[in-house]
Design a protein around this ligand. Sequence first.
Ligand SMILES: Nc1nc2c(ncn2[C@@H]2O[C@H](COP(=O)(O)OP(=O)(O)OP(=O)(O)O)[C@@H](O)[C@H]2O)c(=O)[nH]1
Ligand SMILES: [Mg+2]
Ligand SMILES: [Zn+2]
Length: 347
Amino acid sequence: MVEPGRRGRVVALLANYCWVQLDQPGPDDISRLLCTRRTRLGKSGQTICVGDWVQVDGIDWAAGRAAVAAVEPRSLVLDRPPVANLSTVVVVVALAEPALEPLQLTRFLITAERSGARVELVFSKADLLPHAAVEQWLQRAAAWGYQPLAVSTAAGAGLDALRQRLSRPGLAVLCGPSGVGKSSLINALIPDLGLRVAAVSGRLQRGRHTTRHVELFPLATDALLADTPGFNRPVLPQQPAELIACFPELQARLRQTSCQFSDCQHQGEPGCAVGSNWDRQALYSQCLQDLLAQQGRQAGGARVEAAGLKQRGDRLEPRLDPRYRQLSRRGRRQQAAAEFNLPDPED
Ligand SMILES: Nc1nc2c(ncn2[C@@H]2O[C@H](COP(=O)(O)OP(=O)(O)OP(=O)(O)O)[C@@H](O)[C@H]2O)c(=O)[nH]1
Ligand SMILES: [Mg+2]
Ligand SMILES: [Zn+2]
């Protein structure tokens, strides 16, 4: 008998395989299959992402294997960490160890806002700061337009409130720097999971990139949590308008009084409705500068490339035919990291 195809969701991605959790369990209650992907899919350029809804066929129940035959259209997508069909991004930053960097936090919030998903903000390791300092951060972030939570897995604080927020149906993706306690939080919310965690190290108490893959875990009925590898520097959008859309407090001001300049970058220019007396104004300006610098580099790079040249340090060199180009050691490291879905070694 030919086993008909089944629908499921990609819950983890390895180099050439993925784990698919089936909508309906099969014989012997098998609900998870290790799947390759049909070459046809690869040829059509269709990628597979954790969170994807897929059709699998060629099921071998005894071996627990199958192949992904089709990927359903995605609703929301988060680029980094790569997750499809999410409903919430939970930005997690530690109040200490590693120290909270407001610019880094803002970059994570921008990434979260850009995804179009609901955004939650969690301050972890609340046990490491005095109560008043924790309160101060909560109030600051509330003024930005968030309803932040302070949690501590060490003291068991704030976990019930977090569980409640994340238990609604959908997929919530925890993202943030390495070492802030994302895996620890998921361990605290889902007993017996036993995800690997590791102590922060060094003078700056940085994380050690313990989690290496995105993986989905069930928290409640229809509610999934994604653990992801930490990274340090989320990318910015390409255009100032996109950046402006990622600051809720700026949006709130613009809803009250629209700015008289249609292409205003709201940097506190005279006559700008937004003004400059808002908490994240300097952070916003920094992001805007970084974005414009990145635009400049891209434009410069495109001009250099069009001339068949490449930038090497401060010199321009003829570009080699890709067939003859040897990857630098750093290039090889980055390629290996990309293949195995590891964090960018440059982070
Ligand atoms: N003091 C304190 N330490 C915590 C808390 N939560 C986690 N930690 C510690 O922080 C360290 C890093 O935790 P992880 O859960 O591995 O951090 P992560 O965010 O998953 O890190 P990556 O997987 O590298 O992205 C571990 O030593 C944890 O024990 C907390 O609430 N308080
Ligand atoms: Mg982790
Ligand atoms: Zn303005």
